[in-house]
Design a protein around this ligand. Structure first.
Ligand code: SF4
Length: 236
């Protein structure tokens, strides 16, 4: 019965606006809802919408200890501007401790393990106690994200996962940022489209998708927090 309800909602949300989906999530899950953002443009638009829906909603951001200074500045700015209820989620080990146990520059030798230590495990721990989380995934970001559902079931953590901007384009999100006079990461002006750790992020490649600067020249395309079995679409 519950599954059927979620299937119907997932279908209905295809015609809803991101704000409507976010408002539904807030009304449904209240303080058991977490917004997870790396402060990229979709996340910034989400935080702006949240101000008129439920401004004290918990916001989680993964502070890997390897973020660009420009990203840190943006997070500080938005935390203050929106008076965010922000949790900076950190890995159990500092980069130095990780180097001691796993060797220097693990991200070059085994980026999957590095992301697991610095992103997947910390997020899993931080999400314990929540019922639903919101993410900024969009279908236009990469071929791997082309089928992103707006509503899905995160079976690993037993949570509902919402990607309320899934069917928006990069241009629509930037339109929202400009219309509302919101700040964005200064690195965008230098050709960066998707921004993660400084160790693994470059400017977008010519002709590449929006995430082509992430782990460029490697087969890796995702850090792991958005891939199965962590998230599973309602429709399989
Ligand atoms: S993006 Fe790179 S440095 Fe950051 S956690 Fe993943 S592999 Fe490690």
């Amino acid at each position: 019965m519950i599954s059927y309800k979620l299937e119907k909602l997932a279908k209905d949300f295809e015609k809803a606006s991101p704000r409507e989906v976010l408002a539904w999530a807030s009304a449904t899950y209240g303080d058991k809802l977490a917004i997870v953002t790396s402060f990229q443009v979709t996340g910034i638009a989400t935080l702006h919408m949240l101000q008129s829906i439920a401004p004290r909603t918990t916001v989680l951001t993964l502070d890997t200890g390897l973020l660009f200074p420009e990203t840190q500045d943006l997070i500080d700015d938005l935390e203050q501007r929106f008076d965010l209820n922000l949790w900076r989620v950190k890995p159990r080990q500092t980069p130095k401790q990780q180097a001691r146990d796993y060797g220097d520059r693990l991200w070059e030798r085994n980026p999957d393990r590095c992301c697991h230590i610095r992103k997947t495990i910390p997020l899993r721990d931080a999400l314990a106690g929540f019922d639903a989380w919101v993410t900024g995934l969009r279908r236009d970001q990469s071929p791997e994200r082309a089928a992103t559902p707006i509503l899905s079931r995160d079976r690993r953590n037993g949570l509902i996962k919402l990607a309320h901007f899934a069917n928006w384009s990069e241009a629509q999100v930037w339109g929202y940022i400009r219309e509302n006079d919101l700040p964005a990461n200064q690195l965008h002006a230098m050709g960066y489209a998707s921004i993660g750790c400084w160790t693994c992020t470059k400017a977008k490649t010519e002709g590449g998708d929006l995430r082509s600067g992430r782990w460029s020249k490697r087969a890796k395309t995702e850090c792991g927090i958005h891939v199965a079995p962590l998230a599973e679409a309602i429709h399989g």
